[in-house]
Ligand binder design. Structure first.
Ligand code: NAP
Length: 242
């Protein structure tokens, strides 16, 4: 076990250091757009919490080992978080709250929704682009958590369409409150594809994600004022998808 771990560490160390060398030699071209974005606003009742997010995009022609940040610390962090650190299960009460999780018919979004469900939220909205898959996820969450069947709703949201995002935000504005908007949807496009005038990964992970966030700010702020709560807006990301 220890021997295998050492071999994995050494291999990854070699891959990362060689990719770093390639990266530092690499000169950006017009085909190699790099976009970085960081947002951080501190939480108050007036200003709901916006969590930092970053995005970086590579063109299909650029270095496949385009890791950021390219350092051994990344490897150590990764090993620690995967092998050593176990986050505690959430136990706080979400009674009376309205929680929205995007991309929640599968993967981490579905698991996040499964964790929210038993915490007593009045409304848990699965925001998905495939309503049928959302329904299957809803049944699965209900069966495994035994939460109130009426507390979970499936809403349509396609981050490849501004119209869909606007419709979703309009509908959400009719809710009595929104406590949590968990923007989990994230993709890692394997091929170059343009969506609404932008490369698909940047279109979904950044532009649409922050467009939805901007449209939902009014609702989050009004919920904060009306109910004296601290709403949460969380953007999930990963180095692998950026
Ligand atoms: N998996 C990891 O190890 C990991 C690690 C760190 C961070 N993350 C982050 O966690 C988030 C979820 O990752 P995951 O691994 O759970 O991904 P996943 O299993 O591929 O799930 C992505 C979700 O996003 C939805 N989605 C894709 N395109 C969409 C669109 N245009 N409009 C609306 N929804 C769309 C997918 O719906 P469909 O089923 O319809 O495609 C799916 O529900 C991502 O932001 C990712 O960057 C993942």
């Amino acid at each position: 076990m220890l021997k295998s771990l050492c071999i994995i560490c050494l291999t990854w160390g070699w891959v990362l250091s060689s990719s770093f060398k390639k990266f530092t030699r690499h000169q950006p071209t017009q085909h190699d757009p790099t976009v970085s974005l960081r947002v951080m606003v501190h939480p108050t009742v007036e200003n709901p919490l916006y969590v930092a997010s970053s995005a970086r995009i590579r063109s299909p022609t650029s270095n496949p080992f385009f890791f950021t940040p390219p350092s051994m610390m990344w490897l150590l962090d990764f090993l620690y978080s995967q092998l050593v650190f176990t986050p505690a299960y959430p136990t706080i009460s979400c009674a009376g709250q309205t929680i929205i999780v995007t991309g929640s018919n599968s993967g981490l979004g579905k698991e996040a929704a499964r964790h929210f469900a038993p915490l007593g939220a009045s409304k848990l909205i699965l925001a998905v682009r495939n309503i049928e898959a959302g329904g299957v996820a809803k049944d699965d969450i209900q069966n495994t958590t035994r939460c109130d069947p009426d507390s979970i709703e499936v809403w349509h949201l396609d981050l490849c369409s501004y119209e869909s995002i606007e419709k979703f935000a309009d509908l959400a504005s009719t809710l009595s409150r929104v406590d949590v908007l968990l923007e989990n949807t994230g993709v890692s496009a394997k091929h170059w594809e343009v969506v609404q005038g932008h490369e698909r990964t940047i279109a979904i992970n950044v532009i649409s994600t922050f467009y939805l966030a901007m449209l939902m700010l009014t609702k989050l702020k009004s919920s904060a004022k009306k109910f004296g709560l601290r709403p949460r807006l969380t953007v999930v990301s990963t180095e692998a998808h950026s």
